[in-house]
Design a protein around this ligand. Structure first.
Ligand code: KIV
Length: 284
């Protein structure tokens, strides 16, 4: 297996300069992280979509710092060279800058993340600045912000109206000026994504925002055709793991029902002297 150097923010900046796209996937466990490391995915996001795809909640809101840090630690163990991002869960950074710093610090110090991501706009500028001042690298998530879904009224594309688009462009600039090290644009029109990507030196990652960003992130379960019950994101589906795994589980259940598994000849057995001893001690 080819080894690679640790991916850092300098790597991502260079990739932007060179016009070489950045691949990012969400990841929620050690074993999958090992596979992504082997496949040389550039960056792994321990997303708060964990609450949806792994815990079965209808939104990301129930993700907690306790969940996210444990998951991020496991992902880091599996993918030592990937650029690892810890996603700040709902209410881990909105209450006050001090809490934001403490929580973001757990991703950095405990889990070995390379940066944290937070769903922000100009109202949280002070919090982003405070985290940056505390030496915490922040990726600013703009556009559709799933943690605000109850206020926004649904999962829909943001910035389709010119006035809304201008606001997102301004927010992006404010985040850059506040010291954010990267941007993530979720569900914005591709023209808006292109405007923002071309107007900044920061690496810009797109999530269902068209082809013009510096990199792409997709939710793992969406691209694998795996899992149900979370909001659909229109992504390219590379596998149909749902159908495949249901087939595997059915085959297993059938084998057990028909006594085709496990087979006696493949099972551990006692030698006959020991077996006689056992029977004598149990039954006289
Ligand atoms: O939590 C997550 O998975 C995300 C992606 C949708 C970008 O924030």
């Amino acid at each position: 297996m080819a080894t690679r150097k640790k991916i850092t923010i300098s790597t991502l900046r260079a990739r932007k300069r060179e016009g070489r796209k950045i691949s990012m996937l969400t990841c929620y466990d050690y074993s999958t992280a090992v596979l992504m490391e082997e496949a040389q995915i550039d960056s792994l996001l321990v997303g708060d979509t964990y609450a949806e795809v792994c815990l079965g909640h209808p939104t990301t809101l129930p993700a907690t710092m306790e969940h996210m840090v444990v998951v991020a630690e496991a992902v880091r163990r599996g993918a030592p060279t990937a650029y690892l991002i810890g996603d700040m869960p709902y209410l881990s950074y909105q209450v006050c800058p001090e809490e934001a710093i403490r929580n973001a610090g757990m991703f950095m110090a405990q889990a070995g993340c390379d940066c944290v991501k937070a769903e922000v706009d100009r109202r949280l500028l002070g919090t982003v600045k405070a985290m940056v001042d505390a030496s915490i690298p922040v990726m600013a998530h703009l556009g559709l912000k799933p943690q605000s879904i109850a206020s926004v009224g649904g999962y829909r594309v943001q910035g389709k109206q010119a006035s809304d688009a201008v606001r997102i462009v301004e927010d992006a600039k404010m985040m850059e000026d506040a010291g954010a090290i990267a941007l993530l644009l979720e569900a914005v029109p591709m023209e808006l994504a292109a405007e923002i990507t071309n107007s900044t030196d920061l690496p810009v990652i797109g999530c269902v925002s068209g082809p013009f960003c510096d990199g792409q992130v997709v939710v793992l379960h969406d691209m694998l055709g795996y899992g149900v019950g979370h909001p659909p994101r229109s992504v390219k589906v590379y596998a149909q793991l749902h159908d495949e795994l249901v087939g595997v589980f059915r085959a297993y259940a059938k084998d057990v029902a028909e006594e085709a598994f496990p087979l006696a000849e493949e099972s551990a057995s006692m030698d006959s002297a020991q077996l006689s001893k056992l029977r004598r001690s149990l039954h006289g």
